[in-house]
Design a binder for this molecule. Structure first.
Ligand SMILES: [Zn+2]
Length: 143
């Protein structure tokens, strides 16, 4: 745990203070924005959270750098930056690429504030399985 990491967490927490606990708000945001699916393959249930830009490359713990992710994608991506890795995947889709880019720019955050929890973006597939992000996140080890 370094200073910059704690700072990132603090900013994230401050951002969420008005609507209750940061963790609850984060889970709500993830459910709203991604429908319980992995942000990359959009096929498997997300059970972990991935850093788009790996922490070992200076990626933050801010919400804009975190997406829900399935175990397979998380392991496959490892400590690479998301974009070059994602473009090489069989399941690459322009829509998903656009959604992730909007997420990074916090555009999806703005929309979510005005939206009801049950109203999903029409580009978002919704997982009908019982969804849940485990509290422990998978942390790739950096080479
Ligand atoms: Zn996946």
């Amino acid at each position: 745990m370094g200073i910059s990491e704690d700072w990132g967490e603090l900013l994230f927490s401050l951002n969420c203070l008005q609507k209750g606990s940061a963790k609850r708000q984060f889970r709500h945001a993830i459910r709203y924005a991604w429908g319980g699916f992995c942000a990359y393959c959009r096929d498997k249930r997300a059970t972990t959270v991935d850093h788009l830009k790996p922490r070992c490359k200076g990626g933050s713990n801010l919400r804009s750098n975190l997406v829900p992710c399935c175990v397979e994608c998380n392991h496959s991506k490892g400590s690479q930056d998301w974009e070059p890795w994602y473009k090489e995947q069989e399941f690459y889709s322009e829509v998903a690429h656009e959604l992730i880019t909007e997420w990074i720019d916090n555009k999806r955050y703005t929309n979510e504030r005005e939206a009801n929890e049950d109203q999903f973006d029409d580009r978002t597939k919704v997982c009908t399985d019982t969804c849940g992000i485990r509290s422990g996140t998978y942390e790739p080890t950096c080479a």
